[in-house]
Design a protein around this ligand. Sequence first.
Ligand code: ADP
Ligand code: MG
Length: 462
Amino acid sequence: MVNLDSLWKEALSRLSAKIHAIGFEVWVQRLEPVCFVKNTLVLAAPSDVSKKTIEARYKDTIAEEVIESAKSTAGVSVAGVEIIREDEKEEYLNRQDEALPDTGFIIKDAAADPRDTLFSFNKKYTFDNFIVGSSNEFAAAAAKAVADCPGTKFNPLFIYGGVGLGKTHMMHAIGNYIQKNKPQIKVLYVSTNSFLNEYLDVIRQSNNSELNRKFREKYRLVDVLMLDDIQYTAGKDGVQEAIFHIFNDLHHMNKQIIFSSDRPPKDIAHLSERLRTRFTWGLTVDIQPPDLETRIAILEEKAKQEGFFLTPEVAHFIAENAESNVRDMEGLLNKVIFYSSLSGHPVSTVAAAREALKDIIDVPRDTIDANDIIFFTCKYFNISTADITGKKKNKEIVEPRMIAIYLITEMLSLPLVTIGGYFGGRDHTTVIHARDKIAEGLKTNPKLRIQLQDIKDMLLHR
Ligand code: ADP
Ligand code: MG
């Protein structure tokens, strides 16, 4: 029997690592597990806005983690999640599945031997529908080269980039490509979290030699091994050691290893030096947030897949409202498609798109002003507005000040002198310096990226 609360607790702990802090706190953590209906976990949201936001932005990730958690903690498969409003709880409780897992709604996974079965890659993620732009062209070329000739060059391939920028898509594209074009090559993909859980199982049952053997073989009898989100091994010495040995064995046999991470190897804290070095033996490539043009091309591709006619102005509107995360941008598109199907009128103008997305893009950008940005930046860093606009030069103030300036230049179209005016009459060269410094930092500093995203989220969802 799956225990609802412990399943949700496990899923939450995984989600906390996947969703940025504010989104997690404001939306995801407030969900309450209610029951199972048709093998689907029903979660109640405290309000309608929260339900809609979660559906648009986080539902897929939540479902992924719930499915994974159910599989790894109880060995059962769950179909997905449904988000409801708190006042609908009663109705769902009446409809809940009464059958116990082994008799019905939760079906036990067949104990498959991975060596005998093909890993099943998500067919939606291919090279063909991965849009290449200047932000990801190097990574895409490397992935393609590795898929063409695994184990010969770029070994390992280390792909890093922010959340929702296409790392997992790229790995599945490699897998799909190999399975289609070189079916004799055994390719295995595993998320670091699943690997971690598997490893912990092996440790817990250290006297189960069969399990031990299977684990060893599973990861050594492959030609291509992909480990997604390797940053989650930070601080976990045992699992790092296991990966180290698997790496050595595979590399020695010229088998391809591919890692992904949300940050470059040098920024993964608490990582053994010998593993860090190995990550960089081959080729390290990054994926940056796509520019406006690429975002629009991605939207067009996704709309095409859904058979939805997307007008250029709606594409532009959506792309402008989702700058740093393609997954979030897809959420907006899905909402527009959903709204069109509900209302029977395809959303084709900016006004209609704004209406369709009004609960998600809560505060239209044109109602945000410089004072809002200063206010929320201060709130985020817990400093006073007098300090941020004043003369202080210590790091704790200077950095937030530069961030606020950057956000103002990025989100509002104000003359540089006016921006300087908000910061005690600083001149335009100071504004340019701050803006460029943060823009430069964003290229290499994932923490900064997260901070900016968090502040923007506070601004847009206040
Ligand atoms: P990550 O693993 O980096 O967090 P994902 O691979 O899960 O990100 O991508 C999130 C979503 O964005 C997926 O649906 C993916 O298809 C889409 N996506 C990201 N980048 C692109 C791209 N360049 N072209 C097409 N789709 C993309
Ligand atoms: Mg991913």
